[in-house]
Write a protein that binds this ligand. Structure first.
Ligand SMILES: Nc1ncnc2c1ncn2[C@@H]1O[C@H](COP(=O)(O)OP(=O)(O)OP(=O)(O)O)[C@@H](O)[C@H]1O
Ligand SMILES: [Mg+2]
Length: 331
């Protein structure tokens, strides 16, 4: 990635895929207005990245981009996060704090994983969107926010409404312009360029002079399903760069993260270019919890390095003490 998220603009993103090009065109259109935007795409397709790019390309670029993820949050914390609180509003509230809506005034509020939000969060957000007004916890003073809203979801919001998980009125409020980010496996013509760019950056970072990818290594990369999309691709390229100790990436350097390896079935992908992870049956067979994924991944990298703790810690980007703690849990 050329630019940090705080600077990234839509024109920095290029693609040779038609569906992705449409998505970027819509993103450019979205940046020219204040219309609410919904970004739909599987995990790792770049929803957060695109939200930043829309903000940075918009007239609000000089104002804050505030991200909020309300899944798994207590009600008090949720309200205080969204609207802020006054000193003494609840036990432990030692000073006044601004909420996300206040912080994002004149800027952009990015509501991540909108479909996972609790019914309370949905009611609270809807109220601000409808009236543009809110109060901090412990205060009766009305505040206003004209934050521009961008939401992200990895599943169809319409389906969530149909299943009673998302309020219809909130959905209508949020659903201005919907951008479908296609999964990486439907953008395979982009793979060589994406791999080359990421490899260049990773080799530079590691101080390695890697000049080529062996055709068999490239085959492996091109035929992978990329269930974790761009995130998995970047991770894989960084890992193969670390494993590579000569000028050429060899097939044995290409190691895919194991997280979803057990479930090879690809969730139903729609003509729109977005696949939704709605294959409940196959997902039920494996433990999809984050803790379980972390455990498997740490164990996997540890074995790949022939149980070399220093290299494992480096590959995982954690300290050796943290690794030791993980390995105790893995045992
Ligand atoms: N077009 C791209 N080129 C290179 N890297 C990208 C691109 N899009 C996304 N990435 C990288 O892929 C990773 C995942 O992107 P991002 O966090 O935006 O995905 P996401 O859809 O928000 O995922 P999640 O659903 O898990 O929140 C990040 O490291 C990001 O920098
Ligand atoms: Mg994200």
């Amino acid at each position: 990635m050329q630019e940090p998220l705080s600077k990234l603009r839509i024109e920095d993103l290029t693609t040779s895929n038609e569906a992705m090009a449409r998505c970027l065109q819509l993103a450019a259109l979205a940046a020219k207005s204040d219309v609410p935007v919904v970004l739909l795409g599987e995990t790792g397709t770049g929803k957060t990245l695109l939200a930043h790019a829309i903000h940075n390309s918009s007239a609000r670029a000089g104002r804050p981009f505030i991200a909020f993820n309300a899944s798994a949050m207590s009600d008090t914390l949720l309200e205080s996060q969204l609207f802020g609180h006054e000193r003494g509003a609840f036990t432990g509230a030692q000073q006044s704090v601004k909420g996300k809506f206040e912080l994002a005034d004149d800027g952009t509020l990015f509501l991540d994983e909108i479909s996972e939000m609790s019914p309370l969060a949905q009611v609270k957000i809807l109220r601000v969107l409808e009236y543009g007004e809110f109060e901090r916890l412990g205060s009766e003073r009305m505040l206003t926010s004209n934050a521009r809203i961008i939401c992200a979801s990895n599943c169809s919001l319409r389906e969530r409404v149909q299943h009673g998980k998302l309020r219809e009125d909130l959905y209508q409020r949020l659903n201005g312009l919907t951008l479908l980010i296609p999964p990486l496996r439907e953008r395979i013509q982009e793979l060589p360029a994406l791999i080359a760019a990421e490899l260049k950056a990773a080799a530079l970072k590691e101080g390695k002079d890697i000049t080529a990818i062996h055709p068999e290594a490239m085959e492996k990369l091109l035929h992978h399903q990329w269930r974790g999309n761009l995130r998995e691709l970047n991770h894989t390229v960084q890992t193969m760069t670390l494993f590579c100790d000569g000028p050429v990436i060899l097939p044995q350097h290409v190691i895919f993260p194991p997280d979803l390896e057990a479930d090879r079935s690809v969730p139903g992908s729609e003509k729109t270019g977005v696949a939704f992870p709605n294959n409940q049956q196959s997902h039920a067979r494996i433990d999809l919890s984050l803790a379980s994924a972390v455990k498997r991944h740490v164990h996997f990298v540890y074995e790949q390095t022939n149980r070399n703790r220093r290299r494992t810690a480096k590959l995982l980007g954690i300290s050796r003490a943290t690794l030791a703690r993980h390995l105790r849990n893995v045992a």
